[in-house]
Design a protein around this ligand. Structure first.
Ligand code: ADP
Length: 577
């Protein structure tokens, strides 16, 4: 294979000449957040090295793009490389920066683009043995792998993408837990009973009460567990969209990176193999017990035998259009989603090999706060529920903005063009460089036209093409409601008035966010079959499971769920000898 490629490369170089002159060349390309600046070193007319000089993309994700693309380009000395799935913006920006640098070296770009890495057609086979196999490297899988390791098991974790993190890393990071240490100084009265009641009733009492109780009783110890591994949370709590109450904790590290980095560090310190680009394809079932899985890498097919069991932590299925529409025909492909392309419901398919019971599959959560172009969470200018309102295109409020996510989304679907503007004032962003929950500064968002800034409400209305009188009245009425702590929509959570210029607006649309349904588990995170019996050796945690959040998951409860149940799954699997 190598000889074939080499001759192709030599022929193309000799016949057409790659044109590269030795030297160091710089190029830039637009990444996910901003420009990626890259240095390409040409020596002896070959691409010797590629170095990223600057990038502000989330490094866990973009490093996978940078490393894989660099490796392939240097190995093939060509540009016919694949972009890294789930990291397309970083991949494209990096690729463009390399092309720009190569252009200045005099390289023949169109010829280099024709040189491609050959795909491995016949994959090698290999067998690995361990105690516990974890499928999926998002928050639930990493929690499960860490917990199984702490409980003395040998663990292997497989992740189908080129990087860890799943949807967990894209989340705003909010984690609900009753926490007097942080809530008391803020005069917030709370209890596990209230947390339970809001979670259970917020899902229309469709969750399994036992699982809801485990979630709400153990969420805080999950925070302590993470802190014990070095993760840091802010001292204040806030209310994330649809959380219904101020008990959302925010990590110090941006978005979901704190969770992923904390677990990754712990697992590396404990020498737990993390196999990236490795997709689980089949469960191995012997004598009615799940004893491993067959997984595939770009080069190999591995049979991983795990004598204590397998933990499914493959996340949800928001990006699987076939599944989405099977369970809710309205959720067609033209509806955007906040999710990573990895959220295809692989775990649902795998679980069916063991006859797992599926519950709540039709309960698919939409949020009212998606980016109008991509559907993603990023770009949202709200920082906490208390300090912002939503208006429709006519400049009017239309819902209690502290409501359940499904209630707010349904209300939005009935507004003109199903589009809302989040409105905040400069008390939320006293400094232009202050950031939203997605690590973006308000200045950055305004500069990119993803947020609108105005020095008066009149000017803001004009920029949004709304009648200024209507907007001014809306804000005046809202500010009176803040004084009274009540309004016509039944809103309960009021913070600051909207009164201090400059004012900001951000457009948002409905977007698919979370699949509440999935495989049924019991209190030990053991998967149940269609007869309600435990499937020996099969555990599950996180978004792949159903039966916890009922019809509507509270905002901030997913990170608590994956931590609490990931931890339980790891412990129980480790002890399932
Ligand atoms: P959760 O919040 O439940 O942890 P995430 O979406 O954060 O869910 O993580 C799920 C992870 O599982 C993702 O990183 C995804 O790429 C991975 N995954 C999904 N299917 C497979 C599979 N078949 N094999 C390996 N990893 C998978």
């Amino acid at each position: 294979m190598k000889t074939k490629f080499l001759s192709y490369f030599l022929i193309s170089t000799i016949l057409l000449g790659n044109g590269m002159k030795d030297g160091v060349y710089i190029g830039t390309g637009k990444g996910y957040k901003s420009d990626i600046k890259t240095e390409v070193i040409i020596k002896n007319q070959k691409i010797e090295d590629i170095k990223v000089i600057s990038s502000s993309d989330t490094s866990i994700i973009s490093d996978a793009a940078f490393n894989n693309i660099k490796k392939d380009i240097i190995e093939t000395q060509g540009l016919g490389v694949d972009m890294v799935a789930g990291a397309t913006s970083s991949s494209n920006g990096f690729y463009r920066s390399i092309i720009e640098a190569l252009k200045s070296s005099g390289a023949n770009i169109s010829e280099l683009r024709k040189i491609k890495k050959e795909k491995v057609l016949k994959k090698e086979k290999r067998e690995l043995n361990t105690d516990v196999l974890v499928i999926g490297g998002g928050g639930a899988g990493l929690a499960a792998a860490s917990s199984a390791t702490e409980n003395g098991a040998n663990v292997i974790l497989v992740e189908k993408m080129s990087f860890l993190g799943g949807n967990t890393i894209l989340a705003g990071g909010a984690y609900n837990a009753v926490d007097p240490k942080r809530q008391k100084p803020m005069n917030i009265e709370d209890s596990n009973e209230l947390f339970y009641k809001q979670t259970f009733e917020g899902g229309d009492k469709k969750g399994n009460p036992k699982l809801v109780k485990i979630l709400t009783d153990n969420a805080y110890s999950g925070i302590e567990w993470l802190e014990g591994k070095g993760m840091k949370f802010k001292d204040d709590v806030f209310t994330v969209l649809g959380a219904l109450y101020p008990r959302s904790h925010k990590p110090i590290d941006p978005v979901g990176t704190g969770f992923i980095l904390t677990y990754e560090k712990f697992l590396k310190e404990n020498n737990v193999p993390i196999l990236l680009d490795t997709q689980a394809k089949e469960l191995i079932i012997e004598n009615n017990r799940v004893v491993g899985a067959v997984v595939e890498t770009p080069e190999e097919i591995l049979t991983i035998k795990s004598k204590n069991g397998v933990i499914l932590a493959t996340g949800g299925f928001s990006k699987n259009i076939e599944y989405r529409t099977k369970y809710n025909p309205k959720l067609t492909e033209n509806i955007l989603s906040t999710n990573t392309p990895a959220a295809t419901g692989d775990g649902i398919n795998l679980s069916q090999m063991a006859n797992a019971n599926l519950i709540g599959m039709e309960d698919i959560q939409m949020l009212p706060l998606g980016d109008p172009k991509t559907g993603s969470l990023s770009g949202n200018i709200e920082t906490t529920v208390e300090d912002r309102i939503f208006i429709n295109k006519k400049g009017k409020r239309f819902v209690a903005e502290d409501e359940r996510r499904d209630v707010m989304t349904n209300a939005l679907l009935n507004q003109p063009d199903a589009l809302l503007y989040v409105i905040v004032d400069s008390q939320v962003y006293p400094n232009e460089n202050d950031k939203n929950n997605f690590n973006e500064s308000i200045k950055e968002l305004v500069d990119e036209n993803r947020a609108i800034k105005a020095d008066s409400l009149d000017e803001l209305a004009k920029k949004l093409e709304i009648d200024p009188e209507v907007l001014i009245k809306t804000i005046k009425d809202y500010n009176l409601a803040v004084d009274k702590k009540s309004d016509e929509f039944g809103r309960k959570l009021f913070g600051k008035k909207i009164e201090k210029a400059p004012f900001y607006a951000g457009a948002r649309i409905p977007t698919i966010h979370h699949t509440m349904g999935g495989v049924e588990i019991n209190e030990n995170a053991e998967v149940l079959n269609k007869n309600g019996e435990i499937i020996e050796g099969l555990f599950a945690a996180g978004e792949v499971t159903g039966g916890i959040h009922g019809t509507n998951r509270l905002g901030g409860n997913a990170l608590a769920d994956i931590t609490v149940f990931g931890r339980i799954a790891g412990e129980k699997a480790a002890n399932n000898k």
